[in-house]
Design a protein around this ligand. Structure first.
Ligand code: P1T
Length: 388
């Protein structure tokens, strides 16, 4: 029997066993990688299991991942995608021209780019707000608002949105609330339990955790919403391949162990940087100096391995990223190895400069994805680079 959250096991037990059962023909403890595009049907339009007609529609490896992620997020349905952006896009494609979306302004740069430069052309209207203030979200709602999209913590400013408060705004507006939970991971934050309707991930990041796939996922509670999203995925096609689904499932099984270390290392790095003479500001919700630290303690179990800090100028930021040896200069995050980036020139280069700077994404902002190497080695690596 597959375990799910109704058995009330601890998170780490769910990570390993959630939605999993031995493969019926051999007892294989891991699901096989069903590397197939189609399935032989016993009779016309009578696929086995009622669903296995074509692998864009159904794949057992992908389903094993989806059941696991649903258990981790405390939802009823997981839906896996070829990327995080494809997952977000599929929700937007349940809307129609003329519908309106309220979105947090400081999302991943690629999310904002998709909203403003692709979906807006198709007639969906967007308003961008600072979702740290639930009243600002409420003020942006219109009669045509169908969706509120937030990211918490935000990329890269580590701003938080009070998910419970904004879920009430969504309910009053008759809109759905989607929370991008990529930075927190379900180990640290479970948006559905706080009132969100949809939790979305770039599975490329903490869920997979090993920097070897691009993937995305959504988890929802509502059956009809899951059916609508699966219909969009089947009709538009952004499915992950079975090998990537299998790798992501393998990664998800150690999410709790990795996140404990990411949380500990992230906090240690943030504290260390806060006391460093060469650092002007540190953005990390686990620090008491973070303006939303109380909310962080209320809605998160740990504060992740994502840390941003400002060193004042692009030249100084460049000196830091060019002199770290463990922290490697790269986009992406959430893998076991530590990464460093300059968001203004990399992940958020597509965001207009005035908006970027208003949010604090200055040219001197450095973003770390703190990995799970030994903490002392990571601190020494940062010290060496900051001395340059
Ligand atoms: O890269 P993809 O799997 O499509 O996921 C997009 C995405 C969605 N949401 C958040 C919060 C993200 O951070 C991302 C991707 N982010 C990076 C690649 C990055 O370096 O920030």
């Amino acid at each position: 029997m597959a375990l799910d959250s109704s058995d009330a096991p601890g998170f780490g037990t769910l990570a390993i066993h959630g939605g999993q059962s031995p493969e019926p023909s051999t007892g294989a403890i891991m699901p096989p990688i069903f590397q197939t595009s189609t399935y032989v049907q016993p009779a016309i339009a009578e696929p086995l299991g009622g669903i296995y007609d074509y692998a864009r529609v159904a794949n057992p490896t992908r389903e094993a991942l989806e059941r696991n992620l649903a258990a981790l997020e405390g939802g009823a349905h997981g839906v896996a995608f070829a990327s995080g952006l494809a997952a977000i896009e599929s929700v937007l494609k349940t809307l129609s021209a003329g519908d309106h979306v309220v979105s947090e302004e400081n999302t991943y740069g690629g999310t904002t780019r998709m909203f403003t430069r692709v979906l807006a052309r198709l007639g969906i209207d967007f308003s961008f707000v600072d979702s740290r203030d639930p009243e600002a979200v409420a003020a942006a709602v219109r009669p045509e608002t169908r969706l509120i999209h937030v990211e918490t913590p935000t990329n890269p400013m580590m701003r938080l949105c009070d998910i419970g408060a904004v879920s009430e705004v969504a309910r009053d507006a008759g809109a759905l609330l989607m929370v991008d939970n990529t930075f927190a991971s379900p180990y640290n934050q479970r948006p559905l339990e706080l009132g969100a309707d949809i939790t979305v991930h770039s599975a490329t990041k903490y869920l997979n955790g090993h920097s070897d796939i691009i993937g995305g996922a959504l988890v929802v509670r509502d059956d009809a919403l899951a059916e609508e999203i699966r219909f969009v995925r089947k009709s538009t096609g952004a499915v992950p391949g079975p090998m990537d689904a299998w790798l992501c499932l393998r990664g998800a099984k150690t999410l709790h162990v990795r996140m404990r270390q990411h949380n500990a290392a992230g906090l240690a790095v943030a504290r260390h940087l806060e006391g460093h003479a060469k650092v002007d500001a540190v953005f990390y919700p686990g620090l008491p100096s973070h303006p939303q630290h109380d909310l962080a303690k209320r809605q998160m179990k740990g504060f992740t391995g994502m840390v941003s800090f400002d060193v004042g100028t692009l030249d100084r930021a460049r000196a830091v990223v060019e002199h770290t040896r463990l922290f490697q200069l790269a986009e992406s995050l959430g893998g076991v190895e530590s990464l460093v980036s300059v968001p203004a020139l990399m992940t958020h280069a597509s965001v207009p400069k005035d908006l970027r700077e208003r949010m604090g994404v200055t040219d001197g902002l450095v973003r770390l994805s703190v990995g799970i190497e030994e903490i002392d080695d990571l601190l020494a690596d940062l010290d060496r680079a900051l001395e340059r």
